[in-house]
Design a protein around this ligand. Structure first.
Ligand SMILES: N[C@@H](CCC(=O)NCCCC(=O)O)C(=O)O
Length: 261
């Protein structure tokens, strides 16, 4: 029997009561567990060999949302950005490179979606509602049911994963909690869905086992949302397949080492 797939979740670097902390919103941890993965929080400080060694024990990567924004210099922009988290940027840009190079199943959500586009050569609008699009910002309320309620639809593009998963369904109702959005699409990314105002809201990478980014938040009550179930089930399935290959490779290495001693 395969072990449960280990899913690396990228942390944000924040400050709490004067202490520097690594943090992940619990909704992401719960969604990974609910769909059969083992969440493993990856600290934003992990670099180089540390990261390579950690990734040897990983079957999937989740790039979660965050109120911070990708540093403008990462995509040649000059505007002032107050919500910076360069430790997270450093971590996820390495993770994205490794995920593409080594076919590690990856799901990017909101900021994670934007990081994928920037890491692969695209750019972002700092405020989409100032660039001719609708206002996609989150509601300023402590009522999370209101904050995460569905606010618009995205239109499914033909030829990608989403159109295969959904067969005839052409629209997906989604929530919206973001200021920023894709301006220039990275060259190798496929558009999977767009908002009704034309903003790109979901992408994937052809030829990869699972490399998907979405601008909305499928982790919110994921078990009760049809499309969120597609997203997470396929993500965990691809990660489980990697888990099987990874562990069988490690077993044969141990056997070879025993034969050499
Ligand atoms: N900062 C980016 C992305 C917004 C985002 O990820 N919001 C979710 C915050 C709550 C959470 O998931 O932790 C933007 O504003 O576009």
């Amino acid at each position: 029997m395969n072990n449960l797939p280990v899913i690396a979740i990228a942390c944000c670097e924040k400050t709490l009561s004067g202490y520097a902390i690594q943090s992940v919103n619990q909704f992401y941890i719960d969604a990974v567990s609910d769909f059969g993965g083992v969440p493993l929080l990856f600290p934003a400080a992990a670099k180089g060999n540390q990261l390579q060694n950690l990734l040897k024990n990983v079957d999937g990567i989740l790039l979660p949302g965050s109120h911070s924004n990708v540093a403008p210099h990462r995509y040649g922009a000059k505007h002032n950005e107050n919500m910076i988290d360069e430790g997270r940027d450093d971590l996820v840009f390495q993770l994205i490179e490794q995920a593409i190079e080594n076919n590690i199943p990856t799901l990017g959500i909101c900021r994670g979606f934007q990081e994928i586009n920037v890491a692969m050569g695209g750019s972002l609008y700092p405020f989409v509602h100032q660039a001719g699009f609708n206002d996609h910002r989150e509601d300023a309320t402590d009522d999370f049911a209101q904050k995460y309620t569905e606010k618009h639809s995205v239109m499914v593009e033909h030829g990608g994963h989403f159109s295969q998963w959904l067969s005839e369904q052409k629209e997906i109702p989604v929530n919206t909690l973001h200021n920023q959005g894709i301006k220039k699409l990275a060259p190798d990314l496929r558009v999977e869905a767009c908002a009704t105002d034309g903003l790109i809201e979901a992408v994937s990478l052809d030829g990869h086992p699972y490399f998907v980014g979405v601008q909305w938040h499928p982790e919110w009550q994921a078990k009760h949302n049809q499309f969120s179930q597609f997203l997470f089930k396929h993500f965990i399935m691809a990660s489980s397949q990697r888990n099987g290959v990874r562990l069988s490779g490690q077993r044969s290495d141990r056997k070879k080492n025993r034969q050499l001693t």
